[in-house]
Design a protein around this ligand. Structure first.
Ligand SMILES: Nc1nc2c(ncn2[C@@H]2O[C@H](COP(=O)(O)OP(=O)(O)OP(=O)(O)O)[C@@H](O)[C@H]2O)c(=O)[nH]1
Ligand SMILES: [Mg+2]
Length: 321
């Protein structure tokens, strides 16, 4: 296994350690049971709910497990562990084309309510793409407050990419207009647009996003628009609800779940991936510039549940990739 892959998994495991500890603790009691009965399933269900895997997903996993236990005539609780990991993995769809936008000329619209981690995520993405040799530009279309623009400037400097910004209170669409002109003139590969989270009013938000999209499709038809919604993983089921609400009013291509390092309820990523028809594409596992990873469902499940030795789970990742 390459150092890079080892590093990826180690970092993910560390980032998810709060959830992992939560699960591992209750698993040791659940799987300490002498046989498989209703109590066993109930305790298992509780563990998943506690980790915020959501009711719907939990029910599906338990039903599936019951069927497989019956089919394979399994008697030992411990034998269910690997089954569970596999069932959860199967629930999570992996969209092969999820990252196509990275290979094209793209405009990434980053949306979400305030405080979820939009600006931070843009900084991290900019750094990754820049490192990968791409021409990156950032636009400060969150003109709601001066501090937002300054914060984005700090990230742009850190990532060593250019920033297009206007003054506080300026029309966000005017920023997008200028950013698109600059992106075209500079042959930019990826233009990342930071948007305001404070326009919680649905109508304002929709109008603003629609206006930005119109400008992009009119002035930059050759670019592919990738709308990413950022969700704060520590808000659990609320995050799921936010994603639902946003997808009702605007087109969303992918989800970013942040702050998974700050919660013992990282099962929310599994619920979101399983319950929405939009793929989770990135996860934030810390505040630093390299604390953003592509979402790898298989590695995620291993990092949370697997207690078989590390080589084994790393092998799984290798096989999968
Ligand atoms: N622990 C942790 N903190 C994060 C992560 N992502 C973002 N944060 C923190 O969350 C806070 C809010 O992040 P911002 O990027 O400012 O969020 P925003 O969505 O741009 O907020 P507004 O501009 O106010 O709408 C900051 O303190 C970030 O450092 C993460 O993955 N892990
Ligand atoms: Mg912001």
């Amino acid at each position: 296994m390459s150092e890079e892959k080892k590093g990826f998994f180690k970092k993910l495991k560390e980032g998810l350690s709060k959830t992992r500890n939560n699960i591992v603790n209750s698993f040791s009691s659940v799987f300490g049971a002498s046989h498989i009965d209703d109590d066993f399933y109930e305790e298992l269900e509780e563990t998943f709910i506690m980790a915020d895997m959501g009711y719907e997903t939990t029910e599906k996993v338990i039903e599936n497990l019951k069927a497989r236990v019956k089919e394979a005539k399994i008697k030992e609780p411990a034998a269910c562990k690997e089954l569970i990991v596999n069932i959860i993995r199967d629930q999570m769809m992996v969209d092969e084309s999820a990252y196509d936008f990275e290979q094209q000329t793209s405009v990434v619209l980053v949306i979400g309510v305030n405080g979820v981690g939009k600006t931070t995520t843009i900084g991290k993405m900019a750094a990754q793409y820049k490192k990968a040799g791409k021409k990156v530009l950032i636009a400060a279309a969150d003109t709601f407050r001066a501090a937002a623009i300054d914060q984005l400037k700090t990230w742009a400097d850190r990532a060593q990419v250019d920033l297009i910004s206007h003054k506080e209170g300026a029309d966000p669409s005017a920023v997008v207009y200028d950013a698109v002109s600059a992106a075209k003139a500079r042959n930019t590969d990826i233009l990342l647009i930071d948007t305001a989270g404070r326009l919680h009013n649905k109508k304002n938000l929709m109008d603003e996003l629609a206006k930005m999209r119109r400008i992009i499709s009119r002035d930059y038809p050759e670019a592919n628009v990738e709308a990413l919604i950022v969700l704060d993983g520590t808000t659990g089921q609320n995050a799921l609800e936010q994603a639902r609400q946003f997808s009702n009013v605007t087109e969303i291509d992918g989800i970013v779940i942040t702050k998974l390092d700050g919660t013992a309820k990282g099962g929310i990523a599994i619920a979101i991936q399983a319950e929405l028809n939009v793929p989770v594409k990135f996860i934030g596992i810390g505040e630093k510039i390299d604390d953003l990873q592509r979402f790898n469902p298989s590695a995620y499940v291993d990092a949370l549940f697997a207690d078989f030795d590390e080589d084994r789970s790393e092998l799984d990742i290798l096989i999968e990739e």
